[in-house]
Each structure stands twice: as structure tokens, then as C-alpha cells.
Design a binder for this molecule. Structure first.
Ligand SMILES: [Ca+2]
Ligand SMILES: [Ca+2]
Length: 91
């Protein structure tokens, strides 16, 4: 399966700020954090079809305090980590 980097495949590369903003837009219930489902929807909008263990792995990776949700701080951390190592959610 080819590795597809969504940041390189969009016409205008997303900055960290834009990616963060995009993630926040997927906080559908407005509780300030992303559930696994909300995170999955956000990834899908980036062209990443993360299902099953991949979505679980991304969530586990991002969810530092283990409460099952991605807080704003955890989102920032996820975005930073992703830019350093996109393969965290593509393997
Ligand atoms: Ca939410
Ligand atoms: Ca958390």
C-alpha cells in the first residue's frame, strides 16, 4: 500500500495552524476535545481512511492522559508529532 502524505497531496500545503484549525472544526459537539469518532472524521477529511486499529493507534498515540479524548493540548502535540513523523498514522 503506497504511503500517501495528505500534506503533500493537497494543492496548498497545510500549515500546522491550518491543520489544528481543521481538527478543531471536527469537534462536532463543542466540548473542546475530539472523541475517537470526531478524530476519525477529521482524518477522513484529509483523505486518510483510518479505520480499525489505525484509528485506534492514532488515538492512543495522541491521547497522552488516556481519557479516550483528544484535548486541545493533545491536538497540538499530535499535529507537531505528525509533522515530524507522518508515518505515525500511516503505517
Ligand atoms: Ca467533541
Ligand atoms: Ca486525553
Amino acid at each position: 500500500m503506497p504511503i500517501w502524505n495528505p500534506i503533500k497531496s493537497v494543492n496548498v500545503p497545510l500549515t500546522e495552524e491550518q491543520l489544528k484549525g481543521l481538527l478543531k472544526r471536527y469537534d462536532k459537539n463543542g466540548d473542546g476535545r475530539l472523541s475517537r469518532k470526531e478524530l476519525g472524521d477529521a482524518f477522513r477529511s484529509l483523505g486518510l481512511n483510518l479505520s480499525g486499529w489505525r484509528a485506534w493507534r492514532a488515538l492512543r498515540h495522541a491521547d497522552k492522559n488516556g481519557d479516550g479524548y483528544i484535548s486541545e493540548e493533545e491536538m497540538e502535540e499530535l499535529v507537531k508529532t505528525y509533522y515530524k513523523n507522518p508515518s505515525i498514522i500511516q503505517q
